[in-house]
Write a protein that binds this ligand. Structure first.
Ligand code: HEC
Length: 201
């Protein structure tokens, strides 16, 4: 034993209580303290999505419950439909007023209605492009939340995305998402769709 260790041990024995640092000593817990040497039962094991790039990232969560949802992989999802040309319902939305417009709709799972509703966790992306034009492509998404989470939008949350499926931010850094996105612009139009706010099926 080296001298330093003997010294600190004897200090510890003399002032036993002062060496006891209470806290959470489990590295897997969210509030793990590297300084604590006595576990006082305060460890926090909140479960949730711990991937900060996911749409349902939970900053409070410490342990993954494998519930992460993300639009990142949308290009590999099920291609539900490809719509071309103008759509009288669209007006200027979704680049729909252009006869060269091509709108591809992708879903992360089969779109199956159960009692008129899509399953919570259903994610849909629409990629709109006007071929041969300088107009930027548009990427938007919708996610079905748990029942009762957002009654005004029939539990859909809306998203503005970039081509990689990341959520766009406005100039103040705020993510462009929410059941009431753009003052209910998405909700108001989609509420007339035949199946649970979804036009394509
Ligand atoms: C003026 C009406 C209108 C508005 C506003 C609108 N949409 Fe749509 N949306 C449509 C129509 C119609 C379709 C069907 C496909 C098509 O013709 O392009 C559609 C399709 C979609 C789809 C593919 C799933 C589906 O319903 O067919 C997504 C995702 C989507 N819109 C998201 C959004 C988001 C997010 C917003 C708000 C930023 C929004 N929409 C605003 C009319 C609208």
């Amino acid at each position: 034993m080296n001298r330093l260790l003997i010294y600190s041990l004897s200090v510890c024995l003399v002032g036993f209580v002062s060496c006891r640092k209470e806290g959470c000593t489990d590295e897997l817990a969210r509030n793990y303290s590297s300084e604590a040497n006595y576990d006082n039962g305060s460890c926090n094991y909140i479960k949730g999505c711990i991937d900060s790039a996911a749409v349902n990232y939970d900053p409070e969560a410490a342990l993954s419950d494998e519930s992460c949802l993300s639009f990142e992989n949308w290009r590999n999802w099920i291609l539900v439909d490809i719509i071309t040309g103008p759509d009288s319902l669209l007006g200027f939305a979704h680049l729909g007023n252009d006869s060269f417009s091509v709108r591809s709709v992708y879903a992360n799972q089969e779109l199956v209605l159960v009692n008129g509703q899509y399953e919570p966790g259903t994610m849909i992306v629409k990629h709109s492009a006007v071929q041969g034009s300088a107009v930027d492509d548009e990427y938007i998404g919708m996610l079905k939340l748990e029942k009762g989470e957002a009654p005004t939008s029939n539990d859909w949350e809306w998203f503005l995305l970039n081509r990689k499926g990341y959520i766009l931010r406005d100039n103040s850094g705020v993510q462009q998402r929410g059941p009431e996105l753009l003052n209910n612009y998405c909700t108001n139009c989609h509420s007339i769709a035949a199946n649970d706010f979804v036009f394509t099926n």
